[in-house]
Design a protein around this ligand. Structure first.
Ligand code: CA
Length: 230
């Protein structure tokens, strides 16, 4: 049985990015783009976790959260609130909204996934896998360690996130821009060449001698983790 995450977010590009990444983690995902619709939906079906944007049409995330807490059925529902980076987000933290966690936009997707997984693990320890394995490469996501053929591979924080991002979607080709969005966070001011530098470092760390390179450079497009890699 899959754990279910409800994403309430009116920015479609972001909700699709979240859906994609949550599904890759094995969650069942429902996206709702209005606060009032989400309130109605919560009366029909209660997810295992609610990812809630603050600024929403219909009903604000804060108000939705407050109302959810008043209902017995959703009083203890885990809620992560997404807030914009502004003075308002400082203010909203001070309000007693009842959210379990706050994530400030722009955020890095792997970081948000790590927080969601950590929260799910606390709630339902048996249902969240902490290991990601493709062929010879294994990531222990709880301990932030990487192994290739049982040899530990030491990676910098960005290389680690990059590898994790690739391994969550083997075979998919990512543009440099998508990698920047996913690993460095949206609205960053990092040059796309930075991606090449970090992919280079990641390759040097994970490949030794004649070991096969799992990362494919796709000319004119970007990079991909080889899903045939084994
Ligand atoms: Ca919004």
């Amino acid at each position: 049985m899959h754990l279910k995450v409800m994403v309430v977010e009116d920015e479609e590009a972001l909700s699709e990015l979240l859906r994609y990444n949550l599904e890759a983690e094995g969650y069942e995902v429902e996206v709702v783009d209005r606060g009032d619709d989400a309130e109605l939906r919560l009366r029909e079906s209660i997810p295992d976790l609610l990812l809630l944007d603050w600024m929403l049409p219909g009903l604000s995330g804060i108000e939705l959260c407050r109302r959810a807490r008043l209902r017995e059925e959703t009083a203890t529902l885990p809620i992560i609130m997404l807030t914009a980076r502004s003075e308002e987000s400082e203010r909203v933290r001070g309000l007693s909204t009842g959210a379990d966690d706050f994530v400030v936009k722009p955020f890095s997707v792997p970081e948000l996934m790590a927080r969601i997984n950590a929260m799910m693990r606390r709630l339902k320890p048996a249902s969240v896998s902490t290991k990601l394995v493709i062929g010879e490469i294994e990531i222990d996501r709880e301990r932030h360690r990487v192994y290739r053929n049982d040899r530990e591979v030491r990676l910098g924080p960005k290389e680690y996130k990059l590898l994790e991002f690739f391994m969550l979607a083997p075979g998919r080709v990512f543009s440099r821009e998508q990698l920047l969005d996913g690993v460095w966070g949206r609205e960053n001011y990092v040059d796309e060449r930075t991606v090449d530098v970090h992919v280079g470092r990641l390759r040097r760390s994970i490949n030794r001698g004649k070991e096969k390179d799992p990362i494919r450079t796709v000319r004119g497009s970007g990079y991909s983790f080889n899903d045939k890699f084994a």
